[in-house]
Design a protein around this ligand. Structure first.
Ligand SMILES: [Zn+2]
Length: 198
């Protein structure tokens, strides 16, 4: 018999007022002296408002967990999950990949959900360190696994488009919990499977 537990995961930003956002975007661009009159930029404020609203609205999903009937006790790892988020300091995008894994305890979940959870927390103004920890903490709470490991490698355009940072330089953050944190061998296995040198 199946005793699945399903949790409907929704995060909606406070009411989005697209008209107000459009007006503000227009003012913002005008203040910077870059809003041209004429055809080509006429809809830019609206598009800006929509683009940011989109970046801050994750798709809701159901997190269904299953009993770990097979007693699987090896690492479950989703590697190179595409990641896009927006830094909360400059509101510029940061993009990269996430490796999300856990050592199952009593319950397991569908593999695709690791990507959905990553997206869920990425679609809001973020800092990479907090994003990494939020994914790990959430998995830990929902699954009560023996261990959790999350690594994010990302390029921050607020660093690479401005100043002296070369394009392509990435920032790596990691959060390890439980056995993956405490046991040197598990930790090593996790990092070698993610391909991250630590
Ligand atoms: Zn930034």
């Amino acid at each position: 018999m199946y005793s699945n537990t399903a949790l409907h995961v929704v995060h909606t930003p406070e009411d989005v007022d697209l008209d107000a956002a459009e007006q503000a975007a227009g003012q913002f661009l005008r203040a910077l002296g870059v809003l041209e009159d004429g055809e080509s930029m006429r809809d830019t404020p609206r598009r800006m408002a929509k683009a940011y609203a989109d970046l801050f609205t994750p798709r809701p999903f159901d997190l269904t967990t299953f009993p770990n009937d097979e007693g699987y006790d090896e690492l479950v790892l989703a590697r190179s999950i595409p990641l896009r988020s927006v830094c909360e300091h400059h509101l510029l995008p940061f993009t990269g990949i996430a490796h999300v894994g856990y050592l199952p305890g009593e319950r397991i979940l569908g593999l695709s959900k690791l990507a959905r959870i990553t997206e869920h927390f990425a679609r809001r103004p973020q800092v990479q360190e907090r994003l990494t920890k939020q994914i790990a903490d959430w998995l830990s709470e929902q699954l009560q696994p023996k261990g959790v490991g999350v690594v994010i490698e990302a390029e921050h355009t607020c660093m690479t488009l401005r100043g002296v940072q070369a394009v392509g330089s990435t920032t790596v953050t990691s959060t390890l919990l439980g056995t993956l944190r405490n046991d040197a061998r598990s930790r090593q296995e996790f990092f070698s499977l993610t391909g991250v040198n630590r």
